[in-house]
Write a protein that binds this ligand. Structure first.
Ligand code: ZN
Length: 250
């Protein structure tokens, strides 16, 4: 049999590659403008047909291919407004009261806590539950969680650069709430050979990536809380407009 010429071999290889990628992935480059990297599928790194590894990982961590998570400083004024707003209504707004009660139940039902160091190999659902249990053990009031969900929803609605997807909001809520309690901290003293005491500290934070964040976010969005978001996000924004003071220039 005749060996195909170099040119022909190349064309055949290109054709084979196109068949492997399939009709949905005809372009081998990442779909994010300006990225230019190979898609994971093209690079044989995974199944993602339209995005490169870096952008796929970005989405896992932040809930968006391109938008970084809200910074604590971006979120803070909205948490202040939502906390005050919820505080004024916790007792007599039946929607807010119901959401707080549901959230309290979710924390109670989350089961025992585990040391962060023992989480390896556990399912995402179990890790997410432990995340909730930790909030309970650290004494985070359910009302605080309701306020944070409202704050993230309000910021997502006003920030024109924030994706409008549910996924982004869910991940942002989980991240903001995880910041409240998310580590195992140990401090102990050791003596060296000369009898001097030295303090050693260890801080272990479970990695807040991917499925755990989404599972946690899902647990933090019971239907009653969705109703609160629907009815009160506009109120939180108005509250912030009225009472939130721009930082004084100095
Ligand atoms: Zn990319």
């Amino acid at each position: 049999m005749l060996q195909p010429s170099g040119k022909r071999a190349k064309r055949r290889a290109a054709l084979k590659e196109n068949i492997r990628l399939g009709p949905l992935a005809a372009s081998a480059k990442c779909a994010i403008p300006g990225c230019g990297r190979q898609t994971m599928k093209a690079a044989r790194q995974g199944l993602a047909p339209h995005h490169c590894r870096r952008h796929v990982e970005h989405r896992q961590r932040h809930g968006s291919y391109w938008r970084p998570s809200f910074k604590a400083s971006e979120l803070r004024p909205f948490i202040t407004a939502a906390t005050a707003y919820v505080g004024l209504r916790a007792a007599n707004d039946k929607f807010i009261a119901a959401a707080i009660a549901d959230m309290g139940r979710a924390l109670e039902d989350a089961g025992p806590v585990e040391l962060a160091t023992r989480l390896k190999g556990m399912s995402a659902t179990k890790r997410a539950k432990i995340g909730l249990a930790r909030l309970r053990v650290e004494g985070v009031p359910p009302q605080r969680i309701v306020s944070i969900v409202l704050a993230v929803s309000a910021l997502t609605r006003t920030d024109t650069t924030a994706p409008r997807t549910r996924e982004f909001r869910t991940v942002q809520i989980a991240k903001a709430i995880q910041r409240l309690a998310s580590g195992t901290h140990r401090i102990w003293e050791v003596e060296d050979h000369q009898g001097r005491k030295r303090r050693t500290e260890m801080h272990v934070y479970p990695k807040s990536t991917g499925r755990v964040l989404r599972e946690m976010g899902r647990m933090l969005e019971p239907p009653s809380l969705e109703l609160v978001v629907e009815k009160h996000v506009a109120g939180v924004l108005a509250h912030r407009q009225r009472y939130g003071r721009p930082r004084a220039a100095s």
